[in-house]
Design a protein around this ligand. Structure first.
Ligand code: ATP
Length: 426
């Protein structure tokens, strides 16, 4: 079954008793849904207008949501929804922070219009650069998505930057990435995967190699800066940057680093007073940066470490096989000599014997370590770099990913699943 289907008409017969039911939503209310773990849910809009995280639901068309998806159907003026299928939970809420969110959108809209009206070579022709920060499960990705979809609906093509290596929404975990958003984001399919710019970090926590994380953030920011310089339209539309939920210690330091590296002009802080006042304090000498505290939505679903781990596995699976198992990744057999595998970082910079007496070998975060192909690589996901020389690996974006399904040591053969079409070289 393809998710996000557009069948018009009654729900398909399921063989069991019909579970279709209608929900009437008053103005400024939302229906919060967690789809059950095993079967998809179908939903359609019967009357009025409603949106899912900033993207309008088309009238009358049944939309199929995959198992486990969590979302809210919000209406500004009232709507009737029909659902068919089982949910883990569904309830309506009349208290939401949506008005404050849409007010932020209106301010950003004003700034985009001002940027567009100015000559494209002036500094002020840069539209808002918004960074969304907050603890885990505060609704950062969801707010980013709404701001992007509302902007796209008004004809802008803002750039979405996802710095969340754990639960990012552009590509597989372990990456930072950016992509232009040209249309409101599909409620089921998520961020389009047509032209993302992806850098591979290779871990799901930045503390493993925080320096490498910073290097990659800088590479991504510089590439976007070059793209903006030649594209007045995306420059005026600005960007929305989603971040990790790690806001203490090194996590906080990385947030400050991202704010600075991307020259953010608006910092939206979700649901944490302390973080907001810390950021206001540290950024008080930067009058062009606004720090705004926003309320967290009561609908945001908290996820345990185990649920996050599972979500990461699903995300990798989805990358190779598609949301509804509708992609067929290429299966390849290659000779060991066809591939060169490198690991970045780790290991001492120089052998102890080569260091002055008493000096400790320091781990070089950006050291390239050639990796022997052996069965230790089995079931790993590797990024395929656009680099032409090993020294370019760190500064190069990636073409896609391969998953190692088998390694035959006797025949020197390596079997992989590949999906290579995420981006072009920059
Ligand atoms: N109003 C809402 N109603 C129902 N579900 C919601 C609502 N807002 C967010 N969610 C769901 O809650 C989950 C967590 O939200 P989100 O991913 O935006 O949080 P986050 O702060 O980005 O998390 P992370 O810490 O992983 O980066 C998501 O599955 C999202 O779809």
């Amino acid at each position: 079954m393809a998710y996000g289907g557009t069948a018009v008409g009654p729900p398909a017969a399921t063989g069991g008793p019909s579970t279709a039911r209608q929900v009437k939503l008053d103005k400024e209310c939302e229906l919060r849904v967690e789809v059950g773990p095993d079967t998809p849910l179908r939903l359609r809009l019967l009357t009025g207008n409603a949106e899912i995280f900033g993207t309008e639901i088309p009238p009358e068309i049944w939309v199929t949501f995959p198992p486990r998806l969590k979302f809210a159907v919000f209406t500004w003026y009232g709507a009737t929804i029909e659902m068919d299928g089982t949910t883990e939970t569904d309830y309506t809420a009349d208290e939401t922070p949506m008005i404050s969110y849409v007010n932020v959108h209106a301010v950003l809209e004003g700034r985009r219009n001002r940027a567009k009206a100015l000559p494209s070579d002036s500094d002020s022709s840069q539209g808002p650069r918004v960074i969304v920060v907050g603890p885990t499960d505060s609704g950062k990705s969801t707010l980013s998505r709404m701001l992007l979809s509302w902007a796209a609906k008004q004809g802008w093509k803002p750039t979405f930057v996802d710095l969340d290596i754990g639960q990012g929404s552009i590509t597989i975990p372990g990456c930072i990435a950016a992509t232009p958003i040209e249309m409101p984001i599909d409620s089921v399919e998520g961020i389009p995967l047509e032209m993302p710019l992806v850098y591979f970090y290779g871990h799901t926590t930045p503390s493993v190699n925080a320096d490498l994380y910073k290097v990659l953030v800088k590479e991504l920011a510089q590439t976007l800066e070059r793209q903006f310089a030649g594209n007045a339209e995306s420059r005026a539309a600005g960007m929305v940057i989603n971040t990790m939920g790690w806001i203490e210690g090194v996590g906080y330091e990385l947030l400050l680093n991202a704010i600075e590296t991307f020259n953010a002009t608006v910092v939206l802080v979700l649901g944490q007073e302390k973080l907001c006042s810390m950021l206001k304090d540290v950024l008080r000498n930067k009058p062009n940066v606004d720090v705004v505290k926003l309320q967290k939505s009561g609908g945001v679903v908290s996820r345990s470490a185990k649920a996050r781990q599972k979500a990461r596995s699903y995300r990798i699976r989805e990358y190779f096989y598609g949301l509804a198992n509708d992609l067929s990744p290429h299966s390849n057999v290659a000779n060991f000599s066809d591939l060169t595998v490198y690991r970045i970082g780790g290991g001492p910079q120089a052998p102890r014997s080569a260091l002055p007496i008493g000096a400790e070998p320091a781990a070089d975060p950006s050291r390239l370590v050639p990796v022997n192909i052996n069965r230790d690589l089995l079931h790993l996901v590797l990024a395929v770099s656009f680099a032409k020389e090993p020294e370019q690996i760190i500064s190069s974006n990636v073409a896609g990913f391969i998953y190692i399904t088998d390694i035959d040591i006797q025949r020197f053969e390596i079997c992989t699943l590949a999906h290579i079409e995420v981006s072009s070289a920059v």
